[in-house]
Design a protein around this ligand. Structure first.
Ligand SMILES: Cc1cc2nc3c(=O)[nH]c(=O)nc-3n(C[C@H](O)[C@H](O)[C@H](O)COP(=O)(O)OP(=O)(O)OC[C@H]3O[C@@H](n4cnc5c(N)ncnc54)[C@H](O)[C@@H]3O)c2cc1C
Length: 285
């Protein structure tokens, strides 16, 4: 399908990219991997006057691992995350989640920043960002700011990003060595967006009980959701079949998905519970 007409620029600096986006007065869009934006252009869901290609902007494609955690530059591609052996210990939950994104060809081009800006409620990266309390660093015409993932995702394909702002990096807090974690999703075919998915982690205190539990689900609401009621079921408890069953029930009670062409709300609610159950089983195994 032919794309609508647009102007195209590939600036060599971040300042230029921001200035170009600002010059569009809301009618300019950044383009990164193009794996979500190009289909949207083809379907006329978006028809910006100007596309600002970020591929020449330096330093956005780095994965930095330090004491404060993992920093993913906005132009880091899915395959960079898959291939980075350091992440197996620095952030195994992230790496496990990204292996579920799309197919090889899409993972070769799609970027972290593009996914977070696109804000598909069934996408893995926004779910990891919300579950892990990530921060999203952005820069725009009025300067730089850092937005917590909890405040960033406002609805389906809707974020707190201003039209002139570029995502610079996503910051994931440090990952302790002995942390327990699990990631599960259910899709009709391998590489499809999830019908429902869950990301969980917790630490184990000296008495063997769960602490600092984080439970996130995606594909079952307008944004990825962090489920505090489910975390409350886990914190201070030994994670066993009984706690996991209570967490599954609490998950189903905490989500309110809609009916759509793929599944009924009741099915998705039950599926969310099952995803959390399986993720906790794998975390505790
Ligand atoms: C067949 C297929 C299957 C897919 N399956 C999945 C899946 O299972 N899970 C999943 O998560 N995704 C999936 N995707 C989407 C894929 O992961 C995309 O790569 C991703 O959502 C967007 O990244 P991108 O770099 O391609 O962004 P683009 O398509 O270039 O841009 C997407 C949006 O982000 C904005 N944007 C991009 N970069 C920035 C930036 N740095 N700052 C500000 N705004 C920016 C653009 O303006 C645009 O609005 C699939 C895509 C396809 C084509």
């Amino acid at each position: 399908m032919k794309l609508p007409p647009f102007e195209y620029a590939a600036p060599a600096t971040l300042a230029e990219a921001v200035a170009l986006l600002a010059s569009g007065n809301g009618d300019a869009k950044a383009i990164a991997g193009g794996q979500s934006l190009v289909p949207m252009l083809a379907f006329r869901v978006a028809s910006p006057m100007l596309l600002v290609d970020l591929r020449k902007v330096p330093d956005l494609d780095r994965i930095t691992i330090g004491k404060d955690g993992v920093r993913l530059g906005a132009m880091v591609r899915w395959r960079d995350i898959e291939d980075d052996t350091r992440l197996a210990t620095a952030h195994p939950l992230l790496q496990a989640a990204i292996r579920h994104v799309a197919h090889y060809q899409v993972r070769n081009r799609g970027t972290v920043g593009g996914s977070v800006a696109h804000a598909d409620p069934a996408a893995e990266m926004p779910a990891i960002a919300v579950t892990c309390e990530a921060e999203i660093a952005v820069e725009g015409a009025s300067g730089a700011r850092v937005i917590s993932a909890a405040d960033f995702f406002l609805g389906p394909l809707t974020t707190a990003l201003r039209p002139d702002e570029v995502i610079i990096e996503i910051r994931l807090p440090a990952w302790p060595a002995k942390r327990r974690w699990g990631f599960q999703e259910f899709a009709r075919r391998r590489g499809d967006f999830a019908m429902a998915g869950a990301a969980v982690f917790y630490d184990v205190d000296q008495s063997g009980k769960a602490a600092n539990a984080h439970v996130g689900v995606f594909g079952v609401g307008d944004t990825p959701l962090r489920l505090r009621d489910v975390e409350a079921v886990l914190n201070g408890q030994t994670i066993n079949a009984n706690t996991i069953a209570r967490a599954e029930q609490a998950t189903a009670a905490s989500v309110d998905p809609a009916d759509d062409i793929h599944a009924s709300a009741a099915y998705r609610r039950a599926l969310a519970g099952t995803m959390v159950e399986r993720a906790l089983k794998s975390a505790s195994a």
